[in-house]
Design a protein around this ligand. Structure first.
Ligand code: NAP
Length: 342
C-alpha cells in the first residue's frame, strides 16, 4: 500500500503515535462493533491484518472477542504485532468484577495481555473501582495502556482526582459532524489522546455534499476523504467493515494529501451532533426497563425522569452543548444486558 510524505513525516498504515506512557499505538485500525462471531468477525480481522492493519478494536459488549482472537490466529500476523483493544462493559464495572471481566476477555481473545483496555462508558463512582482494578492490572504489566471511552470533562475530573495513572486514551464519537473541540482541548492539555469511534458515520459521510465534492477533487471516495482527514489530524481511528473490498479501500488513503484549506473545510462541517438519535436512546431505555432487571431499571428511570426532562429542556435551549451530555448520562445509567447499541 502506498504512502505519502507529509511535512517531512511519512504517513502510512503502519504510522504509530506515542501515548502518554510511551507505548506506541497505530493511528489506523479496524473496529468490529456488530461484526458477528461464526465467520464474519474472524474473516474481517484476518483480512484486515493481512492487508496491513495492526490495530483491532473490540469490546466485551460486542460479544465477539472469541472471534477476534480466532481471526488473529487465522491471519499471518503474530499476536505481538497486533495492537489489541477491549473494553469493560457497564455491567462489569467495579473493582472485583473488572478483575474477573479482564480474565474472561483474555480467555476469549486467547491472549495473555491486552495492548489497551478501556472503560466503555462512565458509570459514576463504580468507574473509580473499575479504574483501580485497571491500574493494578497495568502495574502488573497485564495491559500495556489503560484508558476510558465516552468520558466528558466532568467524568475525567472525577477520575483524575483519585487516579494514580492518567488515562492514555479517551475514545469518543468523532467525525465531521461531531468534533467536540472543548473536550479535545481538555484531553490534550492533560496528555489524554483522543481516539475516534464511528469515524465514517456508519457510511453516512457518503451523503455529505461537501465531502463528495472533495472526493471528486481528489479522485477518492467520501469515506477515504474522511479517513484521510482523520489521520492527517493525527486522531487515531478505527473504521469498521466486514467486507473485504471495503476493508482494503478504507485503508487506501496514503497516496494523497488533503490541503490545509480542505481540512479546515471539513472541520467547518462540525455540528457537535452525535449520530445516535435521541429517540433510539429513549426506546432502548424503555426496552431495558421491561426486559432486564425491571426493579433496578424502574428505580433508575424514576430517578432519571427528572433529569431527563431537565436535560430535554437544555437540549432545546443549548442544543450543541447539552445534547451530548444528555446522551452520555442516559447510556451510563443502564446495564445493557441485551444487545449493546455501541
Ligand atoms: N467506545 C464506544 O463507545 C464505541 C462506540 C461505537 C463504536 N466504537 C468502535 O468504533 C468502531 C467504528 O465505529 P462504527 O462501527 O460504529 O461506525 P463506522 O466505522 O463509522 O461505520 C461502520 C459502518 O459503515 C459501513 N462501511 C464501512 N466501510 C464503508 C465504506 N467504504 N462505504 C460505505 N459503508 C462502509 C460498515 O458496513 P460493512 O461492515 O457492511 O462494510 C458499517 O455498517 C466500532 O466498530 C467499534 O470498534 C466504539
Amino acid at each position: 500500500m502506498g504512502s505519502f510524505r507529509e511535512n517531512g513525516t511519512q504517513l502510512d498504515i503502519s504510522t504509530r503515535i506515542k501515548l502518554n506512557n510511551g507505548v506506541e499505538m497505530p493511528l489506523f485500525g479496524l473496529g468490529v462493533f456488530q461484526a458477528k462471531v461464526g465467520g464474519e468477525v474472524e474473516n474481517a480481522v484476518k483480512t484486515a491484518l493481512n492487508h496491513g492493519y495492526r490495530k483491532i478494536d473490540t469490546a466485551t459488549a460486542y460479544r465477539n472477542e472469541r472471534g477476534v482472537g480466532n481471526g488473529i490466529k487465522m491471519s499471518s500476523i503474530p499476536r505481538e504485532e497486533v495492537f489489541l483493544t477491549s473494553k469493560v462493559r457497564n455491567e462489569d464495572q467495579g473493582y472485583h468484577s473488572t478483575l474477573a471481566a479482564f480474565e474472561k476477555s483474555l480467555d476469549e481473545l486467547q491472549t495473555d495481555y491486552l495492548d489497551l483496555y478501556l472503560i466503555h462508558w462512565p458509570r459514576g463512582k463504580r468507574s473509580l473501582g473499575t479504574w483501580k482494578a485497571m491500574e493494578e492490572l497495568y502495574k502488573k504489566e497485564r495491559i500495556r495502556a489503560i484508558g476510558v471511552s465516552n468520558f466528558l470533562e466532568y467524568h475525567l475530573e472525577d477520575l483524575l482526582r483519585t487516579s494514580e495513572v492518567i488515562p492514555a486514551i479517551n475514545q469518543v464519537e468523532y467525525h465531521p459532524e461531531l468534533l467536540q473541540p472543548e473536550l479535545y482541548d481538555y484531553c490534550k492539555s492533560r496528555g489524554i489522546q483522543f481516539q475516534a469511534w464511528r469515524p465514517i458515520m456508519q457510511g453516512k459521510v457518503n451523503n455529505i455534499e461537501e465531502i463528495c465534492a472533495l472526493a471528486d477533487k481528489y479522485g477518492k471516495t467520501p469515506v477515504q476523504i474522511t479517513l484521510r482527514w482523520n489521520v492527517q489530524k493525527k486522531i487515531p481511528t478505527i473504521p469498521k467493515s466486514v467486507k473485504e473490498e471495503r476493508i482494503i479501500s478504507n485503508a487506501d488513503i496514503y497516496d494523497f494529501q488533503l490541503s490545509k484549506e480542505d481540512i479546515q473545510s471539513i472541520d467547518k462541517l462540525n455540528k457537535n451532533k452525535p449520530l445516535v438519535p435521541y429517540q433510539y436512546k429513549i426506546s432502548f431505555l424503555i426496552r431495558a426497563l421491561f426486559i432486564h432487571k425491571p426493579k433496578l431499571h424502574l428505580t433508575k428511570l424514576l430517578v432519571h425522569s427528572f433529569t431527563k426532562k431537565t436535560q430535554k429542556a437544555f437540549y432545546y435551549l443549548f442544543y450543541k452543548r447539552y445534547y451530548l451530555l444528555f446522551l452520555v448520562d442516559i447510556n451510563s445509567s443502564i446495564d445493557w444486558g441485551g444487545q449493546p447499541i455501541f
